[in-house]
Ligand binder design. Structure first.
Ligand code: HEC
Ligand code: HEC
Length: 462
């Protein structure tokens, strides 16, 4: 072993301390803003890891986007955007943004990002304080809007790409439709003590006995909460067997298994009467059989959510105009056209809009309060459950208040021009208008059997 003299040890110790604290000091004993910037802010800027903002923001914003290579410019940029409080540095808005994660009700997410958040907070808090104590920096010349560092995306896009907004949209568009997958994929909706659920209990049991354990486990799609369901779908979409489609397909949202399975028929029957295994590669087959039709209202809302989700995580929304309206809420109230006009071919998509009567103006409201979409069935019916629109006056959309009964105008739009082929989420416009009729309804009740029915031959151009 090499023996070191006392003097040598002391030198080594001083070096080690200086090295491990990582912060050189100026003559007053305090690190300078530049030193703090280089040692604490630059590592955040250069890190390939996302910042703690991902706890709530799936895309469109990262703490790095507020940092410039020059420390003076970074400070001026934050200051000029109102993110620095020169008199009370600890109250600076950028620190509030970093601390947002502390308030998250999602304890799991809060914990995962805690370490990163704390490191970011301490780095920014100490650097901002040092900057605010430096008159040269406080009074440094302002930057033009172009020179400032901020996320490329406008605030509306940043808000749209929030995890909680995505979950809210999932609830309205996918979770709300889950009873169409009852009882097979909704174990938490089955109540064995409910006499009306006995058939459901039996169906679920039969599938569980027939299928092998791995498949039975995969039938539990809709979990106890929407959050848990979404987490499961995302997790399962990460590990997919070669050739099979993922539950959520980020490249081709319309090729997501969650959409294609319920649109697919049963697998081929073998000679002994049992089925071939269901396929999760194209062409898909579904052991549950056909449960959703292309262009029905659930298909539309599933596609709307899948496409929006893929655009959000792919950071593909650049401008406010790119954002989908995403403003409808599912209801369990049904609208139906019976005896669809002869000019409507079987399977053509039809959209039905509901308008209310405006007493004051003595006319129909221009904006519809609800809509549904369906295709013409072989028996010449169009059916669908209504989605109620949220509007600034009706925020959040409240189906109880919207569909209370009264006088309504039903407007029918038919997709003769096949515009839904390219964009299944589209709402048809005046050029697709077919006809309209009044509907008097004293009360709306839930369920398909209580559907409001309108005869097709009553739909008139005016
Ligand atoms: C706990 C969740 C959460 C975290 C973590 C979070 N934010 Fe946000 N952020 C929100 C919410 C909620 C909104 C929307 C506020 C609103 O609509 O008024 C938002 C909106 C924004 C906006 C748009 C402007 C605005 O005020 O609406 C920006 C920019 C932003 N956040 C930046 C950040 C940055 C940078 C970080 C990381 C340092 C971050 N956020 C971390 C929840 C969070
Ligand atoms: C009558 C029962 C039944 C109904 C109702 C049903 N399914 Fe299925 N589904 C099954 C069975 C059984 C399987 C497993 C075999 C297979 O992959 O087809 C399955 C598989 C799936 C899978 C593949 C799961 C995986 O991880 O591989 C998806 C996705 C799916 N169904 C979606 C739906 C959706 C969405 C609905 C409702 C709109 C629905 N199903 C309605 C019985 C049903």
């Amino acid at each position: 072993m090499v023996k070191l003299s006392r003097g040598c040890c002391a030198v080594l110790l001083t070096m080690l301390v200086a090295f491990s604290s990582g912060i050189a000091e100026d003559r007053s004993g305090q690190p300078t803003p530049l030193e703090l910037f280089n040692q604490r802010i630059m590592p955040i800027f250069r890190s390939p890891q996302p910042s703690s903002c991902v706890q709530c923001h799936l895309a469109a914003v990262d703490l790095k986007q507020y940092i410039l290579p020059s420390h003076e410019k970074t400070f001026a940029s934050l200051r000029d955007q109102g993110l620095i409080d020169l008199e009370h540095p600890e109250k600076s808005k950028v620190l509030t943004l970093i601390r947002m994660g502390d308030k998250d009700l999602d304890e799991g997410a809060k914990l995962i990002h805690e370490k990163t958040r704390l490191a970011e907070y301490q780095a920014f808090a100490s650097w901002i304080e040092a900057c605010c104590n430096d008159p040269k920096l406080r009074d440094a010349p302002g930057l033009t809007a172009q020179e400032r560092a901020r996320p490329e995306r406008p605030d509306e896009v940043i808000r749209h790409a929030r995890k909680s907004r995505v979950v809210d949209s999932f609830v309205r568009n996918v979770w709300s439709q889950r009873m169409r997958c009852f009882p097979c994929h909704t174990p938490h909706e089955i109540d064995p003590s409910n006499p009306q659920h006995q058939a459901a209990v039996k169906t679920h049991r039969e599938f569980s006995e027939k299928l092998d354990a791995a498949l039975v486990a995969r039938m539990d799609i809709f979990r106890e909460t929407p959050e848990a369901t979404l987490a499961y779908l995302i997790d399962r979409s990460r590990d997919v067997k070669a050739g099979e489609l993922p539950l959520i397909n980020l490249e081709e949202p319309r090729d997501s298994l969650i959409l294609l399975k319920p649109m697919s028929k049963l697998p081929v029957k073998k000679a002994d009467g049992t089925f071939e295994p269901a396929s999760s590669a194209l062409p898909i087959s579904h052991m549950g059989g056909l449960k959703m039709h292309k262009d029905d209202q659930s298909y539309k809302s599933f596609v709307a959510w899948l496409e929006d989700y893929a655009n959000v995580v792919g950071n593909r929304y650049a401008a406010v105009d790119d954002l989908p309206a995403d403003n409808w809420v599912a209801s369990n109230r049904f609208l139906q056209i019976a005896g669809a006009p002869e000019s409507w071919p079987i399977e053509i998509p039809v959209q039905l809009f509901v308008h209310t009567w405006d007493e004051k103006a003595a006319s129909w409201q221009r904006d519809p309060i609800a809509f549904t979409q369906g295709t013409v069935t072989p028996r010449r019916m169009v059916n669908g459950s209504l989605f109620v629109f949220a509007s600034p006056a009706n925020e959040p959309a409240d189906r109880e208040h919207q569909l209370v009964g009264g006088r309504y105008l039903i407007k029918a739009y038919v997709d003769f021009r096949h515009r839904l082929e390219d964009d299944p989420t589209l709402l048809l416009g005046e050029e697709d208008f077919y006809g309209q009729t009044d509907l008097h309804r004293t009360t709306w009740r839930d369920g398909f059997k209580a559907a409001a029915s309108v005869p097709g031959n009553k739909l008139l151009k005016q």
